[in-house]
Design a protein around this ligand. Structure first.
Ligand code: GLU
Length: 428
């Protein structure tokens, strides 16, 4: 989210500019890619349960669709800003390109806080969002999905509204739908699992046995939960999780030096990934401040919450044993912190590669929806593993051979693919 001195879009443009320089892109291509192609800003009036009407601001940004229809989630967040949505749309373009799926990059958002909205109010926001955009999204144009604080239920309401407006069934309009209503098995797990598929490959490359590693995680929502589940299956130990307390809406780090009991922790967690602090204390967790996850003596850091978490201040707290950072969140590390991480030789698996499992599975969901034929979960997850592993290997090979920082290597591959598509279409 935007904070006083942090602007996600400026950060995304800064990252782009430095790689555009490296790739020697011509001016027109730079001008095209450093800004979104289209954006929509609109109001959504909602009849609140108490009889009043409240107007919410909504956005959709379509950054680039040279490689296929726009693709990207919709966030519900009280601090959402258009610049955050612009950055996230741009990162979606690089994400779909780095895993080489035939889609572009978009993102949407609504300034609202689902913690304080009834399901009926949330349903009206979803339907209102689609009413404002029904001509500008579509299975062949721009395909939304869930993101921070949006769920399969939200996606189904949006699909339903679109189908009412158009009079036809379009299961390929949106992804992250409930299983049985056009959703894909494995979609819920996909982003978190994808993070760990790439982490597994990184550890292999570094010659580190996952069973001998410890991790600290920021976030306990959908991405973090499935990342933790698979990392534990690989034999790793999670010693700290940082997230919101359910009651006072402040973030804390829940520390257990001998390893968290994952099912028990889940049993005291709400639908937004907030842990109940008092219950955690009773289970023997040390309760530390929200930033303490980053200063733990672990091998692996998994930032799986929001942007701007590893910045010029917090990066100083990273302990000397940390060997790998895998970014489950979008934009958790600022360019200033990147410079330090690069200098220290910590292996970085950048966001738009590490967390591309969600959109890759969304692509599988679209394929299944369009065929109206659904695969078994094992098939979905093994296809996901193949895609994530091959994307990781291409990036890490380029990083090794050209001596590039992993984020730069991922950018080089992604930006080059998108620039090429724009050129081949005759846009630039
Ligand atoms: N919101 C997810 C992301 O940031 C998934 C997007 C999608 O499935 O389209 O990658």
């Amino acid at each position: 989210m935007a904070s006083k001195n942090f602007n996600a879009f400026e950060m995304a443009q800064k990252q782009f500019d430095s790689v555009a320089e490296m790739l020697n892109l011509d001016q027109a291509t730079k001008d095209l890619l450093r800004n979104p192609m289209r954006e929509y800003h609109f109001s959504i009036p909602v009849k609140m349960d108490d009889g009043t009407v409240k107007v919410f601001r909504g956005f959709r940004v379509q950054h680039n669709d040279a490689r296929g229809p726009g693709k990207g989630g919709i966030r519900f967040h009280p601090q959402e800003t258009i610049d955050t949505v612009r950055a996230l749309a741009m990162w979606m373009t690089w994400k779909t390109a780095v895993v080489d799926i035939p889609l572009g990059g978009s993102k949407g958002g609504v300034i609202c806080d689902p913690h304080h909205l009834s399901m009926k109010e949330q349903e009206q926001i979803c339907r209102g969002w689609v009413r404002q955009l029904s001509k500008d999204i579509g299975p062949l144009r721009d395909v939304p999905a869930p993101d921070v604080m949006t769920s399969a239920q939200h996606m189904l309401w949006m699909l339903d509204e679109y189908e009412i407006i158009t009079g036809n069934k379009y299961p390929g309009l949106i992804t992250g739908k409930p299983v049985g209503m056009g959703g894909s098995l494995g979609r819920t797990e996909a982003t978190g699992y994808g993070v760990i598929f790439t982490l597994r490959e990184a550890l292999k490359e570094l010659g580190i046995d996952p069973k001998k590693t410890k991790a600290s995680v920021q976030g306990f929502g959908n991405v973090a939960q499935y990342a933790i589940e698979l990392y534990l299956k690989l034999g790793g130990t999670v010693i700290a999780v940082s997230c919101w307390d359910q009651d006072d809406q402040t973030s804390y780090t829940f520390l257990k030096k001998d390893g968290i009991d994952f099912p028990k922790l889940l049993s005291i967690t709400d639908q937004f990934g907030g842990i109940n602090k008092d219950k955690a204390k009773a289970l023997g967790y040390e309760i530390l401040h929200g930033d303490a996850w980053i200063e733990q003596d672990v091998d692996i850091l998994l930032p799986c919450a929001l942007e701007n978490q590893i910045n010029s201040e917090t990066v100083k707290k990273i302990q000397k044993n940390v060997k790998v950072i895998a970014e489950g969140a979008n934009g958790p590390t600022t360019p200033e912190a990147d410079a330090v991480i690069k200098e220290r030789g910590i292996f970085m698996i950048p966001d738009f590669l590490a967390n591309a499992g969600g959109v890759t599975c969304s692509y599988f969901e679209q394929v299944q929806s369009n065929m109206n034929y659904y695969w078994e979960k094992e098939e979905v997850l093994s296809k996901l593993d193949v895609k994530m592993t091959s994307a990781f290997l291409s990036v890490s090979e380029l990083a090794r051979t050209k001596k590039l920082y992993m984020r730069d290597a991922a950018y080089v591959i992604a930006i080059d693919r998108v620039a090429q598509a724009c050129k081949e279409r005759g846009w630039v």
